[in-house]
Design a protein around this ligand. Structure first.
Ligand code: URA
Length: 205
């Protein structure tokens, strides 16, 4: 896994550092008690693209960095295939603390942490958010429609958050799901979703 990107000294980075400090003190749910590190997120504060996952797994918890386990390796390959590096984009999760045994986070663990994610997104103000799988898609779009139906179709951040309203969202399959169902068809679907994003931000194929 590539080293963590160096933290810049821009105003956006300064604001992100402030939020990170607050998140480090957060005890709004019980997850902090059982995890090793808070996984805040990392990347370019000026990123045009933000990837949003569900919650840290074992390796992420150990290193304090998002997507550095097996799913992270695949995500990194996908990012590189788009013609960019992890340090060009930003990666975060809805939940910043690992749920025990990698279970799915509960609603009362997602809700307070979603607020942290929204703060991050308000600072970065990306052009596109890529939600990876159901939990991230549901948390940001306020929907319960499944990822199989939503993926590949542009969505918008809802009006309930005036600072983010209208930002384009591309839901796609989570890389951990892709690893479990590594079919030609699923890989083609994810690549097609990423190509839509590339077109939107002006990345050449
Ligand atoms: N899965 C996620 O949703 N996030 C990570 O950071 C790692 C695995």
């Amino acid at each position: 896994m590539p080293p963590a990107p160096a933290k810049g000294d821009s105003e956006k980075q300064r604001l992100l550092n402030e939020v990170e400090e607050q998140v480090g003190k957060c005890r709004r749910c019980g997850l902090r008690q059982g995890c090793t590190n808070v996984v805040f997120g990392e990347g370019n504060p000026d990123a045009q693209i933000v990837f949003v996952g569900e919650a840290p797994g074992e390796e992420e918890d150990r290193q304090g960095r998002p997507f550095v386990g097996r799913a992270g390796e695949l995500l990194t390959k996908q990012i590189n295939a788009m013609g960019v590096q992890r340090s060009d984009i930003y990666i975060a999760n809805v939940c910043k603390c690992r749920p025990p045994g990698n279970r799915a986070p509960l609603a009362d663990e997602v809700e307070p942490c979603r607020e942290h994610l929204l703060l991050q997104l308000r600072i970065i103000r990306p052009k596109v958010i890529i939600t990876l799988g159901n939990p991230a898609t549901h948390a940001l779009l306020n929907t319960t429609v499944g990822i199989t139906r939503l993926r590949g179709q542009w969505q918008k951040m809802p009006d309930t958050d005036p600072d983010l309203a209208g930002i384009k969202v591309m839901p796609t399959f989570h890389p951990a799901y892709l690893l479990r169902a590594y079919t030609e068809d699923n890989r083609r679907k994810v690549w097609s979703d990423l190509q839509e994003v590339m077109k939107e931000v002006g990345l050449k194929r």
